[in-house]
Design a binder for this molecule. Structure first.
Ligand code: GLV
Ligand code: MN
Ligand code: MN
Ligand code: MN
Length: 398
């Protein structure tokens, strides 16, 4: 595909297209330029979700949605997110070049802030569209520097005119292509997977309060050392997940104050990401983690000031008819495939709350993702796009 847009790469070959930064603005402008080549009209809603709509024979019908995201992690790769949007653009181009008039209109969508890396939580644009979060709450979210989501959205010129909701921007269905972000397809030597659902997940913010104490004069046995306590909790959280097949728990963010080499930290904030194959197991993991951390805090004379589960998403099961269209398309295309449950969150989690939804995964190298080394071959990406096209045409004829 012709490209006038050159992204600012990080020096290690990765991407830092954090939500609503200047690169996010540039790639959005590039996307809008591209879709105009295929006869699309463009709608931007008040949370910055971009809907590029190609008319069909019957434009009273809600469009068939093909969406994913253009934002990346701070040290992201070149595939997570944008491959889904580019696959959808490829479907548009194919329909256009072959003069195919679909029965229903087709919408290619860039959902705002899927990653949740700059402004949490993840899947924010699709979540507001689905009615899970209010726009006001999303606008008030801040990044580490205190910048507000709503102000940044206006700064890059992507606070659009249409309300953010299923009712204002209806879809009849949602298909999403994404890299697998795990090692399963490579291990089984298959280019694509039919995604049947997404595992359950929760995000926590924890704050610990201890005492600022002199590192040189406070005896080792009379400290309320919050950073040490947090370290013990992180080890315990990992141990709980390791002992729970089907469960995962990770701490990847920690902030200690006052950040002086010779003063014990009196306050620590860290986040926990907990995931499990189903809701019951997630609840069990959450309870075990909380119990272990309470024991650790009590023994350390450190207070747990905040234990906030600020975001949770139950297990998602995709629509069986949609999944069977993807399965049929993969099979008709002659691609080896398997069925899989996603470990990562996707915009399709929230679209599935409103419309029948299904996803296609593309094999990626060594399962590496959220990393500049992310890689999928052009052949595998083409396979994913072909399966998408087949599934969309099947849905359109249905
Ligand atoms: C969301 O993108 C996640 O899986 O963390
Ligand atoms: Mn993604
Ligand atoms: Mn991601
Ligand atoms: Mn994701």
């Amino acid at each position: 595909m012709e490209s006038s847009y050159i992204a600012d790469r990080t020096s290690d070959g990765g991407m830092n297209r954090l939500t609503l930064n200047d690169d996010d603005k540039k790639v959005r402008e590039w996307f809008i330029d591209q879709v105009k080549n295929y006869g699309c009209t463009v709608t931007v809603d008040k949370i910055g979700n971009i809907f590029a709509i190609r008319p069909g024979k019957n434009n009273a019908l809600p469009p068939i949605g093909l969406g994913s995201h253009l934002d990346t992690q701070p040290a992201g790769g070149k595939y997570d997110g944008i491959v889904g949007v580019l696959s959808a653009l490829e479907v548009l181009k194919t329909l256009h070049d072959n003069n195919v008039e679909t029965y229903a209109p087709i919408a290619v969508i860039d959902w705002t802030n899927e990653e949740g890396a700059r402004f949490s939580p993840a899947m924010m644009g699709s979540g507001v569209w689905a009615g899970v979060f209010t726009p006001e709450w999303a606008y008030s979210r801040t990044d580490l520097k205190g910048a507000k989501f709503g102000e940044e959205l206006e700064r890059i010129g992507f606070k659009g005119d249409t309300p953010v909701s299923y009712e204002a921007n209806k879809l009849s269905a949602h298909f999403e292509v994404h890299i697998e972000q795990g090692p399963v397809l490579q291990a089984e030597n298959k280019p694509v997977a039919v995604v049947v659902g997404v595992q359950a997940m929760s995000w926590f913010s924890v704050e610990l309060r201890g005492r600022e104490q002199h590192c040189g004069t406070t005896p080792m046995d009379s400290r309320a050392d919050t950073l040490l306590t947090a370290a013990q909790m992180i080890v315990a959280i990992n141990a709980v997940a390791l002992a729970t097949p089907g469960g995962l728990a990770s701490v990847a963010v920690i902030n200690a104050t006052p950040q002086a080499i010779n003063t014990l930290a009196s306050h620590v904030q860290f986040n926990i990401d907990v995931r499990a194959r189903d809701d019951a197991l997630l609840a069990l993991l959450e309870a075990e983690i909380a119990e272990k951390c309470e024991e650790i805090a009590a023994a350390a004379q450190v207070k747990i000031e905040v234990w906030d589960r600020f975001w949770t998403s139950p297990r998602t099961t995709f629509d069986e008819t949609m999944v069977s269209m993807v399965r049929q398309s993969a099979s008709d295309g002659g691609f080896a495939f398997r069925e899989i449950q996603s470990g990562a969150g996707h915009d399709s989690v929230y679209t599935a709350k409103r419309v029948p939804t299904a996803m296609i995964f593309i094999r990626c190298k060594d399962g590496i993702s959220h990393n500049p080394a992310e890689y999928s071959t052009p052949e595998d990406i083409a396979a994913g796009a072909e399966v998408l096209l087949g599934a969309v045409l099947r849905y359109d004829a249905y």
